[in-house]
Design a protein around this ligand. Structure first.
Ligand code: GLU
Length: 557
């Protein structure tokens, strides 16, 4: 039996030729230098925070160059498939501003390079598998019933624990030699019996020799040539990642493959496959895994670590823009500088550059994210903050949302305090902080939470509050208002300014800051609160005074 006859027997239903398949995927007409990139996730239902890194890099490379960015669902592993995971992924990425030009949609798909689900591309893989068999670059192996059962059951982790790697490698080599010819005798019979087969590549590499290539981020890298006959099609006819990658990225005309560094060692296999298939390989950019610090050592940010699940960021109340700015901060070393110079620009306007990416990868760190998020929120208008907090609260704190909606003007005025100008306040890290920060503006959340610190005479506190009540006029400008508090301070033996106090602390019972604190606790219930003058302006005369009076009559009585 020659190779053509074998190919026909193995793939009796494949009538399409590789040329015909190629014709279904015409070369893309794009401007010179335009890149075609993709995100190719396995729909396991878990979207890792780290997904954003290759996704943003791919998105930027395509859209910055006038190219195309598409989504391909790598759902060949039916055991790991979670229904609805692809929609969830599309929604999550779109929430962070990542939009695809082509790919699966809720009611079908967009683009002519599909199907964009690998599970629907079996016939296409088989066209090229057949070609490889015809050209004697691939061969079948018909596993025995026991081997088939074992293939299904293998618990790799458990198996690997007990492995003697050297013996294993030797055994694999011997098995490979045997496998290369095993099929010849039995193929006809096995096929006639309808036995499933595994399709192996016939590797032509020499493990003693090196293959070199240039990764867009890592530069020149070298690996031993591939001499391992790896699997192209599993016994159910489904392709392995390696085979699907070569066929899909070629046909879908991907110019640049951005993916995790864990695929780097497989590159010799992929380059071999592209050569066998007569395809021009794409450019590759391998991104290092996202790490975190544990003590002094770096660890992978793994699924169970806090911060690993992208879905959690919404619940934690991080604005999308905070997450985006944080990712760009980690992706490009000059992003922060650019952001400082361009506080109002969209991230799409940032000149993203692969050259500015770190080879060793990014370190995930909540402190840094929080810092970025504070800055992002501080640059927003009060209206934006209100909308962000409200949207968050509707989902995660409906009672608070109801308060915000009942008094939108008051809430926005509260968020406006200290906003704008060169040095905006940075009180909010996440939307979830809003309640603690400004909840006291709502009567139902106002309560004197912080006790008056010890060391002050209650009579002094009361006197200060009463004097303030007598003199308060909401029509006063900030200076007049403050001058009155200074007067009150002096009248009860507190220093009216800090300079005087510092020069002779023993001469006073306290200072102007203490008197302001007496008022702040009464009016906001807290030691730390936004600018008290602004707070009183928003609360108005009646509420301000009733809170003070209430404090005198309850807490201080
Ligand atoms: N499905 C692969 C993964 O989830 C994709 C790798 C790639 O982008 O080629 O790791």
């Amino acid at each position: 039996m020659n190779a053509f006859e074998l190919a026909d027997l193995l793939f009796p239903n494949v009538t399409m030729t590789p040329q015909e398949a190629e014709a279904l995927y015409p070369l893309r007409t794009l401007p010179e230098g335009a890149k075609v990139t993709r995100v190719a996730p396995s729909p396991t239902g878990f979207v890792h925070f780290g997904t954003l890194f290759p996704a943003f890099v791919s998105e930027r490379l395509a859209h910055q160059s006038g190219g195309t960015f598409y989504l391909r669902i790598e759902d060949t592993d039916s055991l790991r498939y979670v229904p609805g995971a692809e929609q969830d992924l599309v929604d999550t990425l779109s929430y962070y501003g990542i939009h695809f030009d082509e790919g699966p949609e809720s009611d079908g798909e967009t683009g002519i390079y599909g199907p964009y689900w690998q599970s629907r591309r079996k016939n296409i893989y088989h066209v090229f598998a057949k070609q490889l068999v015809q050209e004697e670059k691939a061969y079948p192996y018909f596993p025995s019933d026991e081997e088939l059962a074992a293939l299904k059951q293998v618990n790799k982790k458990e198996e690997n624990k007990h492995k003697d790697w050297a013996a294993q490698a030797q055994a694999a080599k011997e098995a490979q030699v045997a496998r290369r010819t095993a099929w010849m005798e039995t193929a006809e019979k096995s096929i006639a019996e309808g036995r499933p087969f595994v399709l192996y590549i016939l590797a032509d590499g020499d493990g003693e020799k090196k293959v070199f290539f240039t990764d867009l981020i890592k530069g020149k890298v070298e690996f031993p040539e591939n001499d391992e006959d790896f699997v192209l099609l599993k016994s159910d006819g489904i392709p392995t990642y390696h085979f699907a990658h070569a066929v899909d990225d070629h046909l879908m005309r991907t110019t640049t493959v951005v993916r995790g560094e864990e695929w780097l060692p497989s590159l010799p296999k992929h380059l071999q496959l592209f050569r066998y298939l007569g395809f021009k390989p794409p450019k590759y950019l391998h991104i290092a895994q996202l790490m975190r610090m544990e003590g002094t050592s770096k660890k992978k940010l793994s699924k169970r670590d806090k911060g690993a699940a992208l879905a959690d960021y919404k619940a934690m109340g991080y604005p999308q823009l905070s997450v985006i700015d944080y990712v760009f901060t980690l992706l490009n070393s000059n992003f922060e500088e650019w952001r400082r110079a361009n506080p109002d620009k969209q991230w799409e306007e940032f000149p993203f550059s692969v050259k500015k990416m770190s080879i060793s990868g990014a370190l995930f760190d909540f402190d840094k994210l929080n810092d970025v998020s504070k800055n992002v929120i501080s640059r927003m208008t009060a209206e934006k903050v209100y909308n962000g907090v409200l949207a968050w609260a509707k989902e995660y704190d409906p009672d608070f949302a109801a308060l915000l909606e009942a008094q939108p003007d008051r809430a926005q005025a509260a968020f406006a305090i200290g906003r704008g100008g060169n040095k905006p306040r940075k009180d909010l890290t996440v939307w979830a902080d809003a309640k603690e920060y400004m909840g006291f503006f709502f009567d139902s959340l106002y309560a004197v939470q912080d006790m008056y610190p010890e060391g002050f005479d209650i009579a002094d506190i009361k006197n200060a509050l009463q004097a303030f009540t007598a003199s308060f006029d909401p029509a006063d400008d900030q200076q007049t208002w403050f001058d009155k508090i200074k007067e009150i301070a002096a009248s009860i033996g507190f220093a009216p300014d800090m300079k005087a106090y510092k020069a002779d602390p023993d001469a006073y019972k306290g200072h102007i800051g203490d008197v302001s604190m007496f008022l702040r606790i009464a009016v906001t219930g807290k030691m730390n609160a936004p600018d008290l003058y602004a707070v009183m302006q928003i609360l108005g005369r009646t509420e301000t005074l009733s809170r003070i009076e209430n404090t005198i009559n309850t807490i201080l009585s």
